[in-house]
Design a protein around this ligand. Structure first.
Ligand code: HEC
Length: 143
């Protein structure tokens, strides 16, 4: 009997076995291309730090973290898709469209809608602005 075919079969089966195993194993790599911005843990703290002293619970625009309803802050309820008091019919935050959002125009100092925010001589950092912009662009979710 010629041993060659047997050797070839063993070789072929080994290749198939290894290939089969390689296909089933190994980590699944999920590429995260979007840097998600979170409202409650990233955006809201910016408002608490830079805005809430002038926009407190008792004021016309409460930018605080207290709950308006379970899991939803006053800041969120008062901003997203809410028409401004000073610049109607323009809206404070337009989900998906920072440039159409009065808040974005105010924090970037365009002067389009009254005073820049904050109006006390300080400005938000580039990183804080990017977080706010990302969050609005990603749909201004209560995430
Ligand atoms: C030093 C006080 C002060 C601080 C700090 C401040 N604001 Fe204001 N904010 C005002 C005043 C006064 C107005 C009303 C005049 C105007 O619209 O320019 C106002 C108006 C606004 C309006 C328009 C509301 C409407 O419906 O007309 C928005 C939105 C706003 N502020 C967002 C912010 C944000 C966001 C921050 C923090 C980054 C901030 N403000 C920080 C005093 C302040």
């Amino acid at each position: 009997m010629n041993p060659r075919p047997t050797v070839l079969w063993v070789f072929a089966c080994t290749v198939l076995l290894v290939a089969g195993c390689a296909k089933d194993e190994g980590p699944v790599i999920v590429q995260d291309t979007i840097d998600t911005a979170y409202f409650n843990t990233e955006v809201l703290p910016i408002f608490t730090l830079h805005c809430w002293n002038c926009h407190p619970v008792s004021g016309a625009l409460d930018l605080g973290a207290s709950e308006a309803s379970p899991g939803v802050s006053q800041a969120y309820v008062n901003l997203v898709s809410v028409v401004t008091t000073g610049y109607a019919p323009h809206v404070r935050i337009v989900p998906g469209d920072p440039d159409a959002s009065v808040l974005w125009q105010k924090v970037t100092g365009t002067g389009t809608y009254g005073l820049n925010m904050p109006p006390n001589g300080t400005t938000l950092s580039a990183e804080e602005l990017q977080t706010i912009r990302d969050w609005i662009e990603q749909g201004a979710l209560n995430n």
